[in-house]
Design a protein around this ligand. Structure first.
Ligand SMILES: Nc1ncnc2c1ncn2[C@@H]1O[C@H](COP(=O)(O)OP(=O)(O)OP(=O)(O)O)[C@@H](O)[C@H]1O
Ligand SMILES: NC(=O)c1ccc[n+]([C@@H]2O[C@H](COP(=O)(O)O)[C@@H](O)[C@H]2O)c1
Length: 118
């Protein structure tokens, strides 16, 4: 929903296909291609995904990282947990969805533990 809203706002036409993590690397590329229209290039920076697609003979392109120190899911979640500013790091549509679903409170709740801090 967040990706869809953000891309609609900048008039990018696309469709998203949900693909499960099947946790079986040897058949993962076959699983992906069985659920997608034909494609000749995969775009990713994920080392495992690069390896699996290249092994299967599918071309991979790696988009250059842009201001990675701040445009990072890990960094944005850290800011949410620390009550620091984060909305300027995501598209407006994404911030709206996170607000609508009370996302920061939910993140704080699921980041807790049921044990001691050692
Ligand atoms: N700053 C960035 N510039 C360009 N591409 C990026 C950037 N951050 C993530 N990507 C790419 O977007 C895709 C999705 O990345 P992902 O969802 O793992 O984001 P992430 O910020 O790495 O999240 P997390 O910190 O939770 O691992 C990957 O192909 C990744 O390489
Ligand atoms: N065996 C598997 O289920 C398997 C293998 C490789 C990647 N994946 C998933 O595919 C996705 C790849 O996304 P990115 O290329 O955007 O990192 C990730 O969610 C990753 O966990 C799953």
């Amino acid at each position: 929903m967040m990706i869809r809203h953000a891309l609609e706002d900048i008039d990018v036409h696309f469709y998203a296909l949900p693909i499960d993590d099947i946790k079986q690397n040897p058949i993962w590329v076959s699983y992906v291609t069985s659920r997608t229209p034909p494609f000749d290039t995969a775009y990713t920076n994920n080392p495992l995904v690069i390896e699996l697609f290249e092994e299967a003979g599918i071309a991979v392109k790696q988009p250059p990282m842009y201001r990675r120190e701040q445009y990072s899911g890990t960094e944005i979640r850290r800011r949410m947990l620390a009550d620091e500013d984060w909305k300027h790091l995501v598209p407006d549509a994404v911030a709206d969805v996170i607000d609508e679903i009370d996302g920061v409170r939910r993140l704080k709740r699921v980041s807790g533990t049921d044990g001691f801090d050692y």
